[in-house]
Design a protein. Structure first.
Length: 337
């Protein structure tokens, strides 16, 4: 306790109009940074593992790290989420591992590259919902195709979400949350020029229109790292070679949250924080060889970014607003729906 269904975390966020960051996790230091940050600012937690993270960690190691978070922080509501499941099988594996939420990315075929058509997306997403809801597990779907490629997932071609298709998709699949493609992309290379608040950076009109048509739908913004320029500068100062690149600014994310976005996926920013810290440390301490010496400051650097996101997206201070639901409570909720 309390592993909670992600649906509850998003429902509660919708009631009060805030967004919750979703952080990807690959190892112990990241998991600790996510939890230490959440504890300090009192935020509910969405911790996500991608297929790549499960492979990297042989699954069991990551699952046990995530379980350690639940054990160590018994008061914070925590959802464990599978990011970008590309098949029914991988979603089922995550459910067996004890995740309280899965994403069935039916926008792509099982290879994680080829776009899938609308009807087939409905069919496969519905199949996952049929498996997950009777166990109280949350399902996120995706409509449209996000730009960029990360962990081998992505078609490389972007297709913005068509608001007129969303209602049909949600009604037919019964998904709890929906990833929308509005111009964000995975990875560090999102925008080549500095985002200008006066120009349309993202297709916010799509989010607003979807919110009008489906006011109860929890939308998810993927690829929403902000790519802090000071981290890029630090990486390059200490031997890195990252070309000029910009992420999604916090003001754009806040606009999305105002229009119904409840989960904001952040991964790249934590990777940048780790790399920037380790590069600096190595350069300044060439005599050191104990990994703990550089992993410790890199964990602190991630925690700083994490806390800032909890605060800026508005989830800070809301961890104890509600009584955590169990998967069994959620199963009953779906049964009566
Ligand atoms: Zn994503």
């Amino acid at each position: 306790m309390p592993l909670v269904p992600m649906r509850q975390i998003l429902d509660e966020a919708a009631k009060k109009g805030y967004g919750v960051p979703h952080f990807n996790v690959n190892n112990m230091e990241q998991a600790q940074a996510i939890m230490r940050g959440a504890e300090e600012v009192k935020s509910p937690v969405i911790m996500a593992a991608s297929k790549g993270a499960l492979k990297y960690s042989d699954m069991l190691f990551l699952r046990n790290i995530m379980n350690a978070c639940i054990e160590k922080y018994p008061k914070l509501p925590i959802a464990l989420h599978l990011d970008h499941g590309t098949s029914v099988d991988i979603c089922q594996t995550a459910i067996h591992l004890g995740f309280s939420s899965v994403m069935m990315d039916g926008s792509l075929q099982e290879d994680g590259k080829t776009p899938r058509d609308f009807d087939s997306n409905i069919e496969i997403t519905r199949e996952v919902v049929n498996l997950a809801h009777p166990l109280g597990v949350t399902v996120e779907g995706e409509l449209g195709c996000l730009g960029g490629i990360e962990d081998g997932i992505g078609s490389g071609q972007e297709k913005l979400t068509d608001p007129d298709k969303v209602k049909e998709f949600v009604e037919k699949t019964k998904v709890d949350a929906l990833a929308v493609a509005i111009g964000t992309s995975h990875g560090a290379y999102k925008f080549k020029i500095k985002p200008d608040p006066d120009k349309n950076l993202l297709a916010m009109d799509i989010i607003r229109r979807i919110h009008e048509l489906c006011p109860d739908l929890h939308m998810v913004m993927h690829g929403s790292s902000s790519v802090p320029q000071e981290l890029i500068a630090q990486i390059n100062k200490y031997g890195g070679a990252i070309p000029e690149t910009y992420g999604v600014p916090l003001w754009a994310i806040k606009e999305g949250i105002k229009a119904g976005v409840r989960k904001v996926n952040v991964d790249t920013d934590l990777r940048l924080a780790v790399t920037a810290t380790i590069r600096k440390y190595m350069k300044e301490h060439p005599e050191q060889f104990d990994p703990r010496k550089y992993l410790e400051p890199s964990r602190d650097a991630m925690k700083q970014i994490i806390m800032e996101r909890y605060i800026k997206f508005g989830s800070a201070g809301h961890a104890f607003d509600y009584e955590p639901m169990t998967l069994e409570d959620m199963r009953k909720f779906y049964e009566n729906e």
